[in-house]
Ligand binder design. Structure first.
Ligand code: SF4
Length: 459
């Protein structure tokens, strides 16, 4: 039942001046576990989401021996292990280290890198970003200043198609036609044109510049937006640093074309376009992969090319070399409950962990999201269910934001790219909309009536 609604024309939000942070972030890592209601949580950084079969097997072993057995994908293509015991930290570190998943203990939380998952596997990108990815990771792990980055700071490597460029990363590099690339910072309207060969150095230099600028301002910055300087000024500082290092860069308009992440199914040559190779793409509902699903994915990767790529959209891409039979592999993956083709609404649905894993949650958001799935049109806007107003893991772009209210039900708000989520009204039983929110809200008391609530946004 819908209980409250506001569709008044609200003024656009004014952007508050960033004030910095007075403490370090508390993001979990492999070496620093986070205590949750369902046990300790470890977050394993996987740059670009790229895993070898051996690494995938090591993660499954860690989840099975030490955790709840499942692998939980995050919105940055990383993996969370849940249900651990605090005392399991050393055993976990040893297991992951042995598989090459812990190359630098001092940098383990800062290796947050998303990369176009289909780069090099189809014809939609302008280049294969893998050399950039390995170069960036190596330089990041060698950088002493980069150790001061927060566990939330995000790098994005976009192969030119515009998929991960839309994720609001702190430092984004996007391939341009030819041997060019452009680097930009979150919130900056401009970009810096670069030579493709300079990309890894330029990204690390940009991150180090952000660390230095925050320090200069006497504050900490978890993200670029926390530095109390306009993003354009910060970008000019980066340009100065690159010039000082002998890298050529020039201001240019920021490329803004965007596209969605990979849809479930066969991609490129695997889809029968005649091109050698390609990929299989699957979606894991709510980012949760059971041991069986992970094992089937790992087996598929072992047969088709030896690699898995976790996506920031809670999916997995498995590159397919040559003529490996993609349809049989997709059928086997579908039998485990993964989404392997069009027609499912799951790829548009996300949720935080909610109750019972998080004590702050006002609802079992995953159960509610599952119960309401049949109400959804697969082609609509993305939806994100949160157990409280913190909205952990929410997407960056336009979406419908469902936040569990303390007194029951959900506040549903349409978030547009110009709306800062932190400025949206907190969910509360009274639900009076904030006058600063450029949005409209309804209260959804019964999740099984979701379709009626969503109709309020199209009427
Ligand atoms: S959004 Fe709230 S309920 Fe959900 S995981 Fe974050 S703190 Fe917990």
């Amino acid at each position: 039942m819908l209980a409250a609604m506001s569709s008044a024309a609200l003024p656009p939000p004014s952007r508050p001046a960033p004030a910095g942070r007075d403490r370090d972030d508390a993001c979990p890592g492999t070496l620093r576990l986070h205590a949750a209601d369902d046990g300790a949580v470890a977050r394993v950084r996987i740059p670009g989401g790229v895993l070898s079969v051996r690494q995938a097997e090591a993660l499954a072993a860690a989840a099975g021996r030490l955790g709840d057995g499942d692998l939980h994908l995050t919105s940055r293509g990383n993996v969370q292990l849940r249900g651990l015991r605090e005392a399991d930290g050393p055993a976990l570190a040893e297991l992951l280290d042995g598989a090459g998943l812990l190359p630098s203990r001092g940098h383990e939380r800062v290796r947050n890198v998303v990369a176009s998952p289909l780069s090099g596997l189809d014809t939609d990108g302008l280049r294969d970003v893998r050399p950039w990815l390995s170069g960036l990771d190596a330089l990041l792990c060698a950088s002493e200043p980069a150790r001061a980055l927060s566990g939330r700071f995000l790098f994005a490597l976009d192969d030119g198609r515009g998929d991960v460029a839309s994720l609001g990363a702190d430092v984004t590099v996007r391939a341009l036609p030819g041997e060019g690339a452009q680097l930009t910072l979150a919130g900056a309207g401009e970009a810096l044109g670069l030579s493709a060969g300079d990309v890894p150095r330029a990204m690390v230099a940009a991150a180090e510049t952000v660390v230095a600028a925050a320090r200069e301002q006497g504050t900490r910055a978890w993200r670029v937006s926390d530095v109390p300087l306009p993003a354009g000024e910060l970008l000019r500082l980066v340009a100065g640093r690159l010039a000082a290092e002998g890298l050529t860069c020039a201001p240019q308009p920021r490329e803004t074309t965007r596209c969605a992440g990979p849809a479930p199914g066969a991609v490129g040559g695997a889809g029968g376009t005649g091109r050698a190779g390609g990929a299989l793409s699957v979606h894991a509902p709510l980012g949760r992969l059971t041991a069986l699903q992970w094992r089937e994915l790992t087996r598929t990767a072992a047969r088709t090319g030896g690699e898995l790529r976790l996506t920031p959209w809670r999916g997995v891409v498995v590159p397919v070399a040559g003529d490996a039979a993609p349809q049989a592999a997709l059928d086997a993956l579908a039998a485990t409950g993964l989404v392997t083709g069009p027609g499912s609404a799951w790829p548009r649905v996300g949720a935080c962990i909610g109750r019972p894993g998080c004590a702050k949650s006002h609802a079992d958001v995953r159960a509610d999201a599952t119960a309401a799935l049949g109400e959804l049109d697969p082609r609509g806007l993305p939806l994100y269910w949160s157990g409280c107003a913190r909205r952990c893991g929410r997407p960056a772009g336009e979406h419908l934001d469902l936040v569990a209210a303390e007194g029951g039900g959900y506040q549903v708000t349409k978030v547009s790219p110009v709306t800062k989520v932190s400025r949206l009204p907190a969910a509360s039983p009274s639900l009076s909309p904030s006058p600063s929110a450029h949005t409209r809200s309804v209260l959804l008391e019964d999740p099984s009536r979701l379709a009626a609530a969503l109709a309020a946004f199209t009427s």
